[in-house]
Design a protein around this ligand. Structure first.
Ligand code: HEC
Length: 187
């Protein structure tokens, strides 16, 4: 292989056509296509069933309120995970990394990005304290209008942690930060 790499480089430099079966070995190698027959397996099929009990990556498991933010189409009002100091600290960390650049460190929508955003401004999250917890979770998970989904950045626990932290920001509004108790649902 060591000798092959400079040789390949030369080939590329000279502009020679490299036979595609050389570069596309995975494409051209012998393999089974969907639904093709196979003599290897007793049932004569090349396609295999996933092992018993396999769960698709996208399939929500457990409590739908926790994984999707709503139950039977109704947004959950309470945060479905235990809200404690650790969760809030996780939420603060993740909020600072993922949300603050747009919604502001305090959640009030004041951020450098917001100042320079032309299309639609990130709203103040403090104004939304009347919205159910599931609204925030769903916005993070699915995106909201021009805001993209952050499901790739935050797992379920981290998303609820961010929601809990947003709730704390809302609760702290109007008083010294941290001076106000958390809303009922977060106790
Ligand atoms: C790139 C900037 C950006 C980032 C990062 C961002 N948002 Fe947003 N967010 C927006 C914009 C812009 C809107 C308004 C979208 C619209 O109305 O089309 C919005 C809307 C929302 C809404 C819905 C507001 C409403 O009116 O109900 C929520 C909730 C929200 N964001 C929460 C978050 C949270 C939590 C995070 C971090 C996980 C986050 N956003 C990260 C820009 C951002």
């Amino acid at each position: 292989m060591r000798k092959l790499i400079p040789a390949l480089g030369l080939l590329a430099l000279t502009g020679c056509d490299i036979p595609s079966e050389f570069l596309q070995r995975m494409e051209s190698q012998s393999k089974y296509e969907y639904y093709e027959a196979s003599e290897f397996w007793a049932d004569g099929r090349a396609m295999r069933h996933p092992p018993e009990g396999t769960i698709a990556r996208e399939q929500p498991v457990g409590n739908p309120g926790m994984t999707t933010g709503s139950v039977n189409g109704v947004l959950v009002t309470a945060i479905p995970v235990k809200v404690d100091r650790n969760l809030l600290q996780l939420g603060q960390k993740k909020y600072s990394i993922v949300c603050a650049q747009c919604h502001g460190v305090l959640g009030d929508g004041n951020s450098v990005v917001a100042e320079n955003m032309g299309l639609r401004l990130p709203p103040s999250l403090l104004e939304l304290s009347g919205k159910p917890a599931g609204h925030f979770y769903t916005a993070i998970t699915q995106g909201y209008g021009v805001m993209p989904s952050f499901a790739g950045e935050l797992n379920t626990q981290e998303r609820w942690a961010v929601v809990a932290y947003v709730r704390a920001l809302q609760a702290a509004r109007g008083g010294a930060a941290g001076a106000q108790p958390l809303p009922q649902e977060n106790r």
